[in-house]
Write a protein that binds this ligand. Structure first.
Ligand code: 5GP
Ligand code: MN
Length: 341
């Protein structure tokens, strides 16, 4: 990790800054991006946030949301121009350029200084300045610490604070994962002090389901959950037709995988969804079993030890069959998995 002085130097004068984050941004991806954007704007920089895809509507309350550019084939030329003209390019909450689709290669070849701010394992080496910290609970936590270390803690207002709070709250599973450190709680205490509406943010994110989304959850748990007790594993697979039948929107399947993990004795859970362009997979584990290693080894993915993702270009059926067929080789690890890391 680079010394914070290198960043201070880089941001000394007002600059053209762009911020991007991973495909299908979640609350930490968008919250850390908009929190950082709010701060940099206050410092006099010209800031553009570009996401590689759309994101759930339950995130659109964040300050700065209206100015976000969502990449699409239609605005490809504009996005390329912004990337080429940016003097500083912040890459938040991802560490591999393949995670931002077409924009990855544009950024790889861009002239601007690339700054990585992330908490995922095994980063690709593409950034000029690297503020990766794999023990951070959220990228939003690193952004908060960064602003403080730059000596600008007093610029964190409630708009910036609520975006950062959303990232920390969701990535810690509402402060229950082992990543929820003393530093996390101290940050939250400070955010409360400056007027962040913590319970409103929780409600905006978690209590904004459509009726159909809740019925879809019921259907998935009743008819689609597969429990393999002999491997301490449970998974849910969803077809493209099922997504359509429940009019599933971006973000509607978020959190579903955690229900599979909430069964007593289960230490590994997967959600396998036919997204048409590819089969997307979410993995969750508890304790010593590494979802990250599993995703990297078999499904072209990665993430954190206990929360990772991956994809497959096979059919849904073939992907599910592959997933099941891999479990026997992990049987010992799964049976011996301890609840502690
Ligand atoms: P989720 O299952 O919520 O989409 O993702 C869980 C974690 O794994 C997140 O930190 C996310 O950034 C990461 N992740 C999800 N999909 C992929 C993927 O395809 N590749 C990599 N490297 N990481 C992923
Ligand atoms: Mn994150």
């Amino acid at each position: 990790m680079h010394n914070i002085n290198a960043l201070k130097e880089l941001l000394q004068e007002p600059k053209e800054v762009m911020i991007t984050t991973h495909h299908k941004p979640d609350a930490d991806a968008l919250g850390s991006s908009l929190g950082l954007a709010g701060y940099l704007k206050k410092k006099g920089h010209r800031v553009t946030v570009i996401t590689p895809s759309d994101y759930p509507s339950f995130l659109n309350w964040m300050e700065g949301n209206d100015d976000v550019i969502v990449y699409s084939q239609k605005n490809d030329a504009l996005v390329q121009r912004i990337i080429n003209e940016s003097q500083v390019i912040f890459c938040l909450d991802f560490n591999n350029l393949s995670r931002i689709n077409e924009m990855g290669e544009y950024i790889r070849h861009a002239k601007g200084t690339k700054v990585l701010v992330d908490h995922h394992l095994q980063p690709e080496d593409f950034a000029d300045l690297d503020y990766a910290n794999t023990s951070a609970a959220a990228t939003a936590e690193i952004v908060y610490d960064m602003i403080k270390a730059l000596g600008d803690g007093d610029l964190i207002d409630s708009g910036i604070g609520e975006a950062l709070y959303a990232g920390i709250m969701t990535d810690t599973g509402s402060f229950r994962h082992p990543s929820t450190s003393k530093n996390v709680h101290l940050i939250i205490a400070d955010l409360l002090q400056i007027g962040v509406r913590t319970s409103d943010v929780h409600r905006l994110i978690y209590d904004s389901s459509s009726e159909l989304r809740l019925r879809f959850l019921g259907y998935a748990l009743k008819d689609k959950l597969v429990v393999l007790n002999e491997y301490r594993t449970a998974y849910i697979s969803i077809t493209a037709d099922e997504l359509k039948a429940y009019d599933s929107k971006t973000g509607d399947t978020e959190g579903l995988v955690n229900y599979a993990l909430s069964i007593e004795g289960i230490v590994f859970a997967a959600l396998i969804i036919d997204r048409k362009e590819a089969v997307k997979m979410s993995f969750r584990s508890v304790g010593s079993f590494s979802a990250n290693e599993f995703a990297r080894a078999h499904f072209n993915g990665g993430g954190h030890k206990n929360a990772a993702g991956g994809m497959s270009m096979d059919t849904l059926e073939a992907t599910v069959a592959k997933f099941e067929s891999l479990l026997p080789q992990y049987k010992e690890q799964l049976l011996q998995a301890t609840e502690n890391n």
